[in-house]
Every structure is written in C-alpha cells, then in structure tokens.
Ligand binder design. Structure first.
Ligand code: UDP
Length: 331
C-alpha cells in the first residue's frame, strides 16, 4: 500500500468520521474539512482538522496548496428526504452548488481523484428489485435530484478536466464502529434505527411508522441497511481502484436484503429487550416503497464483502453506541 493524503469533506459527520477512522487505521494521512453544522469535532481524532465550508474556495485553495492532497472524499451533504421536500433550495445550494465549487477547486489545484457519497435516492421508485447501477435514475425527491445532478456534473468534469471519480450510491447506512467511540448523532434525529433505539432508551414514548399501506409484504417501507464500517471499506477499495488507473464509475452499496420498518422494530426489540411501542402514522412525502441494492458490481470488481451483513449485527453495534452515549457526543 502506498500512503496517500486524503481530504475528507464532512469528516466530522456520521459516515465521514467512520471513513476517517478506517483510513487512519490503514496508515494514510487524513485532513478533515467540516463546518460543524451537523458534524461533531469530538468525532475526529488523529488528523488535521479545518473548520470551514466546502464552498469556501479560498480555504480550499489554502488546503490544496499547502498539502499534497491525492484524493477528496465528500460526505458533507444534507441527507434527509422529508426535509428536502420542504426546503429544496437548501439542498440544491449545499449538495449541488457548493459541491460544484469543491470540484472547481480540485480542478484548479490538480487534485485528480474524487469519491462521492451518492445515494439510492437517485433511483426513485425502482421498476425492478434488486436495483442495478444501470437502472433508470428518476429521483422522487429533491435530495435524490441534488445528488444525481452531481453525478452528471462529475461526468462532464471528467470529460473536460480528467477528474476521475467513483460515485457510491449508499442504501441505508446504519450501525456504529464496534469500538463504541464514534456513532450516529443527528439533531434532530430522523432516521429509523436511532429513533427506535431512542425509544428503547426511554427518550421517546414510541416510534411512528410512516405508512402501513405501502405495496410491500407487511405494508411498511422496505430498505437495505448497510453497516457504516462496510461503507468505509468500500471507499478505500474504490480509491485503490482509481489509484490503479481505474476509470470513473458508479457502485451501489447495500447488502442485497430488504427489511421492513416493522421488521427493524422487531429486531430492535430483541436486541434491546425493550418493548419499543410503535404507532401507525401517515406516509412521509418523497419515500419510495422499496429500495434494495444489487451490489454485484462492487463485489465482483472490488471484492467488497460486507462484514455486518444482517440487521441484527448492525443494530447491535448501533445499540452499543446509543446505550453508552444516550446524548450522542454531548455525553
Ligand atoms: N421511518 C419511519 N419512522 C421514523 C423514521 C423513518 O417509519 O420515525 C421509515 C421511513 O419512512 C423509511 C425507513 O423508515 O421508510 C427508513 O427511513 P430513514 O429516514 O432511516 O432512511 P431513508 O430511507 O429515508 O434514507
């Protein structure tokens, strides 16, 4: 392995902080840029930290001129489907506009490799399951569109400037590093697994199930949950491929298994030993009924294998974090 220098944009956030940890464990040099709007300074250890915005070209210029950055990994996005429906312009500004400025700064300073956190939301309501990378991309919400625009911009930037990239379309990131030192901490929390675990901690009375009349086996939405450390390994493999001269591409990142909201609640009851009351609630705007990945491409091309392939082990690691940090990084 040749040591590389990475700039991790959004490295103080949930997924970014797990990637930082994995890169440091592999012996690389890591710089983190995060504006701490959503991220947590306490989530980042053992590397240089810059507090600032991904759209700040002066700051990016200073970082790129002073450090020989080989590759940028970009996690600093707004990522809530429901919020994106209510505040689409914020999503296009942050996820699309400011990301474009980051790409421009990379081109200006000759940084040639980019790993992009894309999303299953780029597919919208898929016609067939499991979803392959070449299926139509017809997002049902502004979040998915804001990410799909960047995928399209990346194709153009590669053609014009030779900026090679890998877009990783995450399905549902979940879990926490088994060390228990870093984990998921959003305020307010909107994701299913942390909310369910907050009920188990006594911080909420119940979990609301957003829709029980979907066209799925038990009427609740089905998602493909993938452990955050397995996502992190995929980033390392994806960049190794680019280092070896690989061309720009897109990979799905999911475990190829779908679990319904009700199934996730049931598994969480078993993991936590708490009854976790659940109540039916209206559908959440922008939600597709079922998202399940085919990860055949990344398995075949990069040898990626999830280490936490089932939701019980994923939820166990999340519970380990939430139980020991009931108020996240605040405690
Ligand atoms: N969900 C739910 N209640 C909640 C939070 C989420 O029923 O309090 C559902 C949501 O509608 C979706 C699934 O759980 O079908 C996963 O949602 P999450 O927000 O965790 O991730 P997303 O799929 O939006 O990326």
């Amino acid at each position: 392995m040749i040591m590389q220098t990475y700039l991790i944009v959004g490295g103080a956030g949930y997924i970014g902080s797990h990637v930082v940890r994995a890169l440091l464990a592999s012996g690389h040099e890591v710089l983190v840029l995060d504006n701490l709007e959503k991220g947590h300074r306490q989530a980042v250890h053992g590397c240089e930290f810059f507090q600032g915005d991904l759209g700040d070209r002066d700051l990016l210029g200073r970082i790129f001129s002073r450090h020989g950055v080989d590759c940028v990994m970009h996690f600093a996005a707004y990522a809530l489907v429901g919020e994106s429906v209510e505040q689409p312009l914020d999503y296009y500004d942050n996820n699309t506009g400011r990301t474009t400025r980051l790409l421009q700064a990379m081109v200006d300073h000759g940084v040639g490799r980019f790993i992009f956190s894309s999303t299953a939301a780029t597919y919208g309501e898929p016609g067939r399951i499991p979803i392959m990378e070449d299926y139509p991309t017809l997002p049902t919400n502004p979040y998915g569109r804001s990410k799909l625009f960047i995928e399209q911009i990346l194709r153009d930037a590669d053609a014009a400037h030779g900026l090679r990239y890998t877009a990783l379309r995450y399905f549902n990131a979940a879990g926490a590093d088994p060390s228990g030192e870093i984990g998921e901490d959003h305020d307010p929390e909107s994701h299913l697994i942390p909310i369910v675990l907050q009920v188990a901690l006594g911080q909420r009375e119940h979990v609301a199930i957003f829709g029980t009349d979907w066209d799925t086996p038990d009427g609740t939405c089905v998602r493909d949950y993938v452990h955050v450390n397995d996502l992190a390994q995929a980033h390392i493999l994806a960049d190794q491929r680019l280092q070896g001269g690989g061309t720009s591409t897109v990979y799905n990142l999911g475990c190829e298994n779908g679990y319904s909201v009700k199934e996730i609640i049931d598994i969480s009851r078993k993991v936590t030993g708490h009854p976790i009351p659940a109540v039916a609630a209206p559908r959440r705007p922008g939600d597709p009924a079922r998202l399940i990945a085919s990860s055949r491409k990344i398995r075949a091309e990069l040898g990626w294998r999830p280490q936490f392939g089932d939701p019980t082990s994923i939820i166990r690691t999340a519970w380990n974090w939430h139980r020991d940090h009931p108020h996240g990084y605040g405690n």
